[in-house]
Design a protein around this ligand. Structure first.
Ligand code: PLP
Length: 462
C-alpha cells in the first residue's frame, strides 16, 4: 500500500467509523450468529498473493461486522462497559501509525514523559495520595498480578509462608494472580462479607491472627472498591489498618469504581486509600478510554523495580541514570504508547466533562433503583452506589423458590436481550440469581435506562 492508497483508505475508514458511531443505535447489540459461522466462511489459509484493500474492506463490512457485538451501543448494560470514545479512537490510530515501542525513555522519549505527566494528572484527578506514582498497564488483571509479585518479592525467604486475603466478592483476577504468584490455595483466605457484600474487617483481622499463630506470614490483602457483581465497596480504612498491623501488602482493586473518585461527593468511598501499597483502576472502563488502558499506582517504586527490573547489556542506554525506563515497571518488555489516548481523553472532555458523565450515570442508577424499589414484584438485591443495579422479578407464585426464580429471571433476561436494543448480564448474590443493569456507556441517556426498565417489565408480564 503506497502513501496515496493509505490516505484514501484511511479517509474511507474514518468515514465508516463516523457513520458507525452515528448509526450504532440502529444495530442489534448482539449478533445473530452461530458458533463457527465465520470460521467456516473464511478461507483455510492466508492468500499467497496480496489482495486489493477495497476487497479486504468489503469483506470487513460483509463478514466481520455482522459478527461483532456492539459494545458502543447506548443500550449496553452488560458486564462493565469499555468506552471507546472518539478522541481515544483517534489517539489509538495515531499510536498505531507512529508504531513507537515505548519500553525505554530512549526508545520514545515523548511517550515516557507523557505517561509521567498523564499519570500525575490522573493521580490528582482521583484525589490519590501524593506518595503514589502511576504507570500504565494493559489490564487490571496484570496490575493485580504485579501487586502480588511485588508483595512476594518484598517478603524474601518468608514468601514460602505467605498468606493472602480477599473477599468472595473479589474479581476472578485476584485468585488468578495469587495462583500465578505461586501462593498455594491452602494459603489463600476468602474473608466473609456483610449484608452489603463488603468485606468484614474483624473477620480479616481474625484470619490474619490465626495464620500468624500457625507460623504463616500475612503477605497480601486485597480490597475492592466496586465489586464486579454488585459494586460493593470494602471499608478501606479498617481493612488497611488490619493489613498494616500484620505488615501485609495492601492492594486496592478499583478497576471500575476508581473512576468515581473523580467526584468529590463520592470520595468517602475511598476513605483510607492512603493506607494502600498499590491501587488499580481502569480508564478503559468508565473513563472514556478505549481498551486497553489501566492505571496502576504504587507507593514504593523501588520495590516495584526490584521485582521487575532485569537489564541485559543490549537494553542499556546512556540516559538510564537520568530517566524513567518503564520496561522496569511491569511484566512485558515491549510497551504500547497508551498515554496518548488518555491524554486526548482528559483534554477533550476536561475534568468537568468527565465528572458530568459519571455523575449522570450514577443518577440514572439511583433513579432505576428507585423504580425497582417502588414496583411490586420487583426486588433490588444490593445497594447501587456506582451505577450498577442488581435486580430480579419475584412473581408472588414463585416467591421463596430460588431455583424457580433463577430460571424465571434467566428466561426474562434472555427475552430482553433478544430485543437487540439492550444487553444485560447476570450474577449470583447470596445464592440469588440477579440481573445486572450496569450503566456506564458514554452514549447512554436517561431514555435508554427508561427503555431497559420498560423492556424488563414488559418481558416479565409475558
Ligand atoms: N477487577 C474488577 C473489580 C473488575 O470488575 C474487573 C473486570 O471487570 C477486573 C478487575 C479485570 O479487569 P481487566 O479486564 O482490566 O483485567
Amino acid at each position: 500500500m503506497d502513501t496515496d492508497e493509505f490516505r484514501r483508505h484511511g479517509h474511507e475508514i474514518v468515514d465508516w467509523l463516523a457513520d458507525y458511531f452515528r448509526d450504532i443505535e440502529s444495530r442489534a447489540i448482539v449478533p445473530a450468529v452461530a458458533p463457527g459461522e465465520l470460521r467456516r466462511a473464511l478461507p483455510i489459509a492466508a492468500p499467497v498473493s496480496g489482495e486489493s484493500f477495497d476487497v479486504i474492506l468489503q469483506d470487513f463490512r460483509d463478514q466481520i461486522v455482522p459478527g461483532i457485538t456492539h459494545w458502543g451501543h447506548p443500550g449496553w448494560f452488560a458486564y462493565f462497559r469499555s468506552n471507546a470514545s472518539p478522541p481515544s479512537v483517534l489517539a489509538e490510530f495515531l499510536t498505531a501509525g507512529l508504531g513507537a515501542q515505548c519500553m525505554s525513555w530512549a526508545t520514545s522519549p515523548a511517550a515516557t514523559e507523557l505517561e509521567q505527566v498523564v499519570m500525575h494528572w490522573y493521580r490528582q484527578l482521583l484525589g490519590l495520595p501524593e506518595a503514589f506514582t502511576g504507570v500504565i498497564q494493559d489490564t487490571a488483571s496484570t496490575a493485580s498480578l504485579m501487586a502480588f509479585l511485588t508483595a512476594r518479592e518484598r517478603l524474601g525467604e518468608d514468601a514460602a509462608r505467605m498468606t493472602a486475603y480477599w473477599s468472595g466478592e473479589a474479581h476472578s483476577s485476584i485468585p488468578k494472580a495469587a495462583r500465578l504468584a505461586g501462593i498455594a490455595s491452602e494459603r489463600c483466605r476468602i474473608i466473609p462479607v456483610d449484608a452489603d457484600f463488603a468485606m468484614r474487617p474483624e473477620a480479616l483481622a481474625a484470619a490474619m491472627s490465626d495464620d500468624v499463630a500457625r507460623g504463616l506470614v500475612p503477605g497480601m490483602v486485597v480490597a475492592t472498591v466496586g465489586t464486579t457483581s454488585s459494586t460493593a465497596c470494602d471499608p478501606l480504612r479498617a481493612l488497611g489498618s488490619a493489613a498494616h498491623a500484620h505488615g501485609a501488602w495492601y492492594h486496592i482493586d478499583a478497576a471500575w469504581g476508581g473512576s468515581a473518585a473523580i467526584l468529590p461527593e463520592l470520595r468517602p468511598l475511598f476513605d483510607g486509600v492512603e493506607l494502600a501499597d498499590s491501587f488499580v483502576t481502569n480508564p478503559h472502563k468508565w473513563m472514556m478510554t478505549n481498551f486497553d488502558c489501566t492505571a496502576y499506582f504504587v507507593r514504593d517504586v523501588e520495590a516495584l523495580q526490584r521485582t521487575f527490573s532485569v537489564t541485559p547489556e543490549y537494553l542499556r542506554t546512556r540516559h538510564d541514570a537520568d530517566v524513567v525506563n518503564y520496561r522496569d515497571w511491569g511484566i512485558p518488555l515491549g510497551r504500547r504508547f497508551r498515554a496518548l489516548k488518555l491524554w486526548f481523553v482528559l483534554r477533550s472532555y476536561g475534568v468537568a466533562g468527565l465528572q458530568a458523565m459519571i455523575r449522570s450515570h450514577i443518577a440514572f442508577g439511583q433513579e432505576l433503583a428507585g423504580w425497582v424499589d417502588a414496583t411490586p414484584e420487583w426486588e433490588r438485591l444490593a445497594p447501587a452506589p456506582l451505577a450498577l443495579v442488581c435486580l430480579r422479578h419475584v412473581p408472588t407464585a414463585l416467591a421463596g423458590d430460588e431455583p424457580a426464580l433463577a430460571a424465571h429471571n434467566a428466561a426474562l433476561l434472555e427475552r430482553v436481550n433478544a430485543s437487540g436494543q439492550v444487553f444485560l448480564t447476570h450474577t449470583m448474590l447470596q445464592g440469588k440469581y440477579a440481573i445486572r443493569v450496569a450503566i456506564g456507556a458514554w452514549r447512554t441517556e436517561r431514555r435508554n435506562v427508561q427503555a431497559v426498565w420498560a423492556l424488563l417489565r414488559e418481558s416479565a408480564s409475558r
